[in-house]
Structure formats: structure tokens, C-alpha cells
Design a protein around this ligand. Structure first.
Ligand SMILES: [Zn+2]
Length: 348
């Protein structure tokens, strides 16, 4: 399935590149701008098995994307500036840059490039990563499968035995386990990945320590005038899997914690994972009730004036590490692929 999707994307991509159709369509499909989504930014690590690769790009690619954005007429603005003008049309489209989770590499590799471009950005912080209490379960899963030659686990009563010696076997095992975990309650997901990590000799807290900023690191970011700190929950759960009270605690509690730490308001939120299955009407309403000024999903799309009435359900454009091509980014930011995928629907 993944391969089919990849094939469709790359054939669509070469069609646009050949015809230049996206440039003709852009004035109609681009909307007022886009909120770009980044995760890790770090030097390339050569790896055959890298199932989370779509979540990372190189610093050189980030630099090139920012140059291309400006060359194509985008103005890079802060999230607040974009929200202020959202209901109106604009002469130049805006681009908002957002970085999820609070990684050390946002500070170490992305920040120097953002400073070079004088580009404002938002970093969404999961307080449990800064506190070293939440878990990067998708990275635990990757690391465990990388180390283990064979996987034996139980997921929700089903026993699973998967070979995991070759790259192909590891990729299949990752996809299969990931798929099954998405159907499980949050605690089951954490238990299963925790057991697998333990059997591979991986300490979950060590991964968080290695990859995520602590509060001192976050305070360094806060002092930078380009940075807006946003909220990304307490434990990075799939919110739709939680009861109403727990879901609201994740939203309100993390905001309170961040505001107390950084000494300024944090009014913007990103839903963890953020797709249709984990962030829906209930979450959009809760975020609005709690007084957040905006909330972003990972649903793909451009921003249109109509989004002014849906500020807690904003789409983003993922800068995907599997497609580190400037032409690809330019095609995405024409808005044409989203107009086709969303069948012309602008607001989800
Ligand atoms: Zn996240």
C-alpha cells in the first residue's frame, strides 16, 4: 500500500513538473498561504531501515526550502501575523514555519538557518518530553526493530511473530505493528512498544534525553525573538483515544505548564499525530472552548480566508523527508495537489 501511494505521488509529481500545470493553477489553488510542518532537522544518517525518515530533513534542505519560498513570492511570517490577516486576501502568500515536539535539533540545526533567513517560527512543545516523562514510542519501535532479528509480541491478545533480519523484513514488521497499534488504546500502545524496547535493551527515557530539549533548552529558544512557543500536550497521546476529561487535561495542563515555565502566554496548539483519526470535532471544540488562538492538524492543505472561522482545525503542509526535492515542495505549495486530493474542498 505504501509503495502504491509512493508511486502515485511520484507519477503525479513528474506530471506536474513536466507540464508546469501547478504554476498556472497556483493563483487559484494556493489560497492565502500555508503552514509548513517540520519535525527533525539533522545531518543525513545513511540507513536502509528508516521508517520515520518522513519526519526528518537535512539542514541544507531546510536552508534551500526557505530560499525557494522567498523566490516563489512567499513571505515568511509568524503564526500570529498569519492569523491576524487570515480572513483577508493577500498580495503575497504567507508561509508559517512550525516545528513539532521540541527536539534538540530544532535548536542545534534549524535555528542557525532560521536566523540566517530572519525567519519567524513556532516550536510546539510536549511538556512530558521536556520533563523526561513522556515517550517517543514511534522511535522506540524503530530502534527496537532495528536491533532485533525477530519480533515476538502480543498486541491486544493477538500473538505476533515476525522475522526482522533483513531491511525488507524490518520494514514490513514496522508497518504491521504500527498498523495494529493505531487500533489500540493509548496505554496498550505504550505497553507494547515499552516491552519491545526493553527486549531490545532500549531505555525509553534515554531516547527522550538524547533527542528532546529540556526546559533550559526551551528557555534558550524562548529568548530568541523569532521563536513562538506553542503547546503540544503533556504526553503526546492520540487525543481521540482519550476520554473527554483526560483529553482536556492534556490540552489545558500542558498550556499551564508551559506558561508557568516560560513566563508568557502560549496560545497556539498542535494536535499530536494530528490526522483525522486522532483529532476531530471533539478536539477542535475543546481547543476553542479552552481559549486557544489556533490549533494545527496534520491534515494536508493550504490556508484560505474561510479558515478564519476554523482556527482550531488548520491544515498544514508537511515537508516530508522522503521527498527532499525543491520542485516537490514548490508543487505542493502551489496548492494544486491538495485541491485534487481534497476534491476542491478547502475547509475540512
Ligand atoms: Zn508531535
Amino acid at each position: 500500500m505504501r509503495e502504491v501511494k509512493k508511486h502515485l505521488i511520484s507519477s503525479g509529481f513528474s506530471f506536474f513538473r513536466r507540464t508546469g500545470l501547478h504554476r498556472l493553477a497556483a493563483p487559484f489553488t494556493r489560497g492565502t498561504g500555508a503552514i509548513l510542518m517540520f519535525h527533525q532537522v539533522r545531518p543525513w544518517i545513511e540507513r536502509d531501515f528508516a521508517p520515520n525518515r518522513f519526519l526528518e530533513i537535512t539542514p541544507e534542505f531546510l536552508d534551500a526550502v526557505l530560499t525557494r519560498l522567498t523566490a516563489r513570492g512567499f513571505t515568511i511570517v509568524s503564526l500570529d501575523a498569519a492569523l491576524n490577516g487570515m480572513g483577508k486576501g493577500r498580495e503575497r502568500p504567507f508561509a508559517v514555519l512550525t516545528f513539532d515536539d521540541g527536539y534538540k535539533d530544532t535548536r542545534d540545526f534549524a535555528l542557525p538557518i532560521l536566523e540566517k533567513h530572519r525567519a519567524p517560527f513556532t516550536m510546539y512543545v510536549t511538556t512530558g518530553f521536556a520533563d523526561r516523562t513522556a515517550r517517543l514510542w514511534w522511535i522506540e519501535l524503530e530502534e527496537a526493530i532495528r536491533r532485533l532479528p525477530r519480533i515476538e509480541i502480543e498486541i491486544g491478545g493477538a500473538k505476533l511473530a515476525l522475522p526482522s533480519a533483513t531491511t525488507a523484513e524490518k520494514s514490513t514488521a514496522f508497518a504491521e505493528i504500527y498498523r495494529r497499534l493505531t487500533e489500540m488504546p493509548e496505554q496498550t500502545l505504550l505497553d507494547v512498544t515499552g516491552r519491545l524496547a526493553a527486549s531490545a535493551g532500549i531505555e525509553p527515557a534515554t531516547l527522550v534525553e538524547e533527542l528532546c530539549l529540556d526546559w533550559t533548552g526551551i528557555e534558550t529558544m524562548v529568548r530568541n525573538d523569532l521563536c513562538t512557543i506553542g503547546v503540544h500536550t503533556l504526553t503526546h497521546p492520540r487525543l481521540a483515544k482519550l476520554g473527554e476529561a483526560a483529553m482536556r487535561r492534556e490540552l489545558a495542563g500542558s498550556r499551564r505548564r508551559i506558561e508557568a515555565q516560560i513566563g508568557r502566554p502560549a496560545t497556539h496548539l498542535a494536535y499530536p499525530l494530528g490526522n483525522r483519526a486522532v483529532a476531530g470535532e471533539r478536539e477542535f471544540k475543546a481547543t476553542a472552548d479552552l481559549g486557544f488562538a489556533s490549533a494545527v492538524t496534520t491534515r494536508p492543505g493550504m490556508i484560505f480566508p474561510a479558515h478564519a472561522a476554523h482556527r482550531t482545525a488548520l491544515p498544514r503542509v508537511s515537508i516530508n523527508g522522503n521527498w527532499q526535492s525543491l520542485d516537490f515542495v514548490e508543487i505542493l505549495l502551489s496548492g494544486l495537489p491538495f485541491a485534487l486530493w481534497n476534491k476542491g474542498r478547502r475547509v475540512a
